[in-house]
Design a protein around this ligand. Structure first.
Ligand code: DON
Length: 577
């Protein structure tokens, strides 16, 4: 039997079998006036309260950003940075880059020993790993330009939770317990998160953070200057100088948020708005979607060997571009037009063998001639303003250090730079010169806060943590909704696959593909790595507008807003009203 004939039998089978929707998830949360989906339940409730008080989605995003710094200390932060994608009710869009910048004293080889080899842990642990934080400047700029409520009103819930404390739920406590050993290494961090016996505060116990309350109060009263020009910067710089870091007061004084045009592209008639450089996220999602658009993904079916094959090949080609060509736009020229060009995607499709795995080492970085822990939250308000925020300390609890007196955990974002071409970072990314370290430069990110619209109306708000996998997690949620007809909760919960060019391996979530599919893929030449049971793989947060799934939207009978926090998330909540 010919391959084409076999394929049409497969297609016919999936047209029948594929019509029953993937169903293994709780129902999405419904709301008629607003929806806030975050990785921590108290923060989600605060977002809804702000909307109910008359704030817009940006106000809610600012209040949630500060609240997560208190209730979700592994990633929520004011000592890190992030991105905010906004789509206003009139369809206009913008993007705020408040990611960390390298300190003025940073050098290209700062994490290498005298023989040119990476020093273990130097870009991950302690003050040398810290980039200049941007969250306070970013949240304040968002509020000032696009919010409607006073700074003090938006900071008040976070201050209250830090000062009075909050009772840890099961998820909150398990995150702390998993990081107790590392937090014990820093006296100031240990004093906040660990009890006298060295154990982390447990479920049902209260976490009180008076120093953080004081820092937040200073920001509430004096604005970002309290952080960048006042006592907070002084305390961080002092601790950095005493403990082997290179942060200087000038780094804080010079910090500026960048407002950038987001990346845009279309996929099967949907309009996508996502993160531009210094993130790779939006560009690489667009590149992969452009490649996939001409494959019949819906008919090939979720999790089939053919679908996985085409997805992996698209990922392979896009990640070689990510890892070699992209970097901070103030330092390198990013091939934005090429990577979002449908003709470029067609050229790549022409190089994908329909039946065989590609080989990563045969894909060389091109010369473009053209001039564990992050958190994502999604918000939409009654007027239809949508906000997607991904912000981070990079690794869980960042560099694991708190400048004494501030209560603020600091990031280890410097690890996102290329320490040495060819040497993998925390997420196994093998990157090049475009992302080399330089003073004031921002490391390349994968964070992908994304908003999708259809016919000029908001359709989906989506994003995720997950290091280099953020891009494929976000992409797969989009494909699961648009191609596979899943509802927003199913789309987020569905098992995932990932490929990032190097290592040349297809990563599969535990029980993500059937043994038969794995066998077919191995036969095509793929090296597969199935995750061990219980290995958590990103915690996406999404909203679908007009119904819980495309089917419901088309019938016109769904709730206006449908929220879903990843079932993998320990402490998250979708809250609607
Ligand atoms: O910006 C980035 O791409 C990384 N710093 C994100 C880190 C992350 O997602 C960790 N969480 N799982």
């Amino acid at each position: 039997m010919s391959k084409t004939c076999l394929k049409s039998i497969f297609v016919a089978f999936f047209l029948i079998a594929g019509s029953s929707a993937f169903a293994a998830s709780p129902a999405p949360v419904k709301g008629e006036h607003g929806m806030v989906v975050t990785a921590q339940n108290l923060a989600s409730d605060i977002g809804v309260e702000v909307l109910q008080q008359g704030g817009n989605a940006v106000d809610a995003a600012v209040a949630v950003g500060y609240a997560l710094a208190v209730t979700y200390p592994s990633a929520g932060n004011i000592g890190g940075g992030g991105f905010m994608t906004i789509r206003f009710k009139d369809g206009a869009t913008t993007f705020l880059d408040f990611r960390e910048r390298a300190p003025l004293a940073a050098t290209k080889t700062m994490y290498l020993d005298k023989d040119g080899n990476p020093i273990k842990g130097a870009s991950l642990d302690g003050y040398l790993a810290v980039g200049v934080p941007g969250s306070v400047a970013g949240l304040d700029m968002a509020r000032e330009k696009y919010g409607t409520l006073a700074r003090a009103q938006l900071l008040a819930p976070a201050i209250r939770l830090a000062r009075e404390g909050f009772v840890l739920g099961q998820g909150d406590a398990s995150i702390l317990a998993g990081n107790a050993k590392r937090l014990a290494l820093d006296k100031a961090a240990a004093a906040i998160f660990l009890k006298a016996d060295g154990a982390a505060y447990g479920m049902g116990e209260k976490l009180v953070q008076p120093d953080l309350a004081a820092s937040l109060t200073a920001i509430s009263e004096k604005g970002p200057d309290a952080f960048y020009k006042g006592a907070i910067a002084d305390a961080i710089v002092k601790a950095s100088q005493e403990k082997g870091g290179i942060l200087a007061k000038a780094d804080f004084e010079q910090y500026k948020v960048r407002e950038i045009k987001p990346v845009t592209c279309s996929y099967r008639g949907y309009d996508i708005v996502s993160s531009p450089p210094p993130s790779s996220g939006g560009l690489i999602i667009c590149e992969i979607l452009n490649i996939l658009e001409f494959y019949p993904i819906a008919h090939l079916g979720f999790g089939s060997a053919d679908t996985v094959h085409f997805m992996v090949e698209a990922m392979r080609h896009a990640y070689v571009d990510r890892n070699s060509a992209l970097g901070d736009p103030a330092f390198v020229e990013n091939p934005v037009a090429t990577l979002t060009d449908k003709a470029y995607a067609a050229e790549i499709r022409g190089r994908i063998d329909k039946y065989r795995a590609g080989v990563s080492k045969d894909l060389k970085p091109k010369d473009f001639a053209e001039s564990k822990e992050t958190t994502h939250y999604s918000i939409i308000d009654d007027a239809g303003n949508a906000v997607a925020v991904t912000y981070t300390l990079n690794g869980s609890f960042g560099a694991g250090v708190v400048a004494p007196g501030t209560g603020i955990l600091l990031n280890n974002e410097m690890d996102d730079f290329t320490q040495k071409p060819g040497v993998p970072n925390l997420y196994g990314l093998v990157q090049g010169e475009a992302n080399a370290i330089a003073p004031l430069k921002t490391p390349l990110s994968s964070m992908s806060p994304t908003i999708i619209s259809k016919d000029g109306k908001p359709f989906m708000v989506i994003g995720s943590p997950g290091g280099s996998r953020i891009i494929t997690i976000t992409l797969e949620a989009i494909i699961n909704v648009i191609d596979h007809g899943m509802d927003i909760q199913e789309a987020i919960d569905a098992p995932r696959i990932h490929h990032q060019w190097l290592p040349d391996t297809v990563y599969v979530e535990n029980n993500g593909l059937s043994p038969d599919t794995l066998k077919l893929l191995a036969g095509m030449g793929y090296k597969l790595d199935v995750a061990a049971a219980g290995k958590v793989w990103g915690q996406a947060a999404g909203i679908l507008v007009g119904g819980k799934s495309l089917g419901e939207i088309e019938k016109g009978g769904g709730a206006r807003y449908n929220g879903a926090i990843d079932s993998r998330a320990a402490a998250g909540k979708a809250a609607g009203y």
